[in-house]
Design a protein around this ligand. Structure first.
Ligand code: ZN
Length: 53
């Protein structure tokens, strides 16, 4: 098992109700224990501002 490329981004709170009681679900999903919504958080990439000088 390697964790070099994590498929699951960790949300700090539910994006729907704002509760912080999240549990990992199958795959890369999370279950909000407050509103019972299951959702995924996808890491898209980094947006690094260009430095021009
Ligand atoms: Zn929720």
């Amino acid at each position: 098992m390697t964790s070099s490329t994590p498929a699951r981004a960790t949300p700090f709170h539910c994006p729907y109700c704002g509760e912080e009681d999240l549990r990992p679900e199958d795959g890369a999903a999370w279950l909000c224990d407050a509103c019972r919504r299951v959702f995924t958080v996808e890491f898209v990439g980094l947006r690094i501002p260009e430095v021009s000088r």
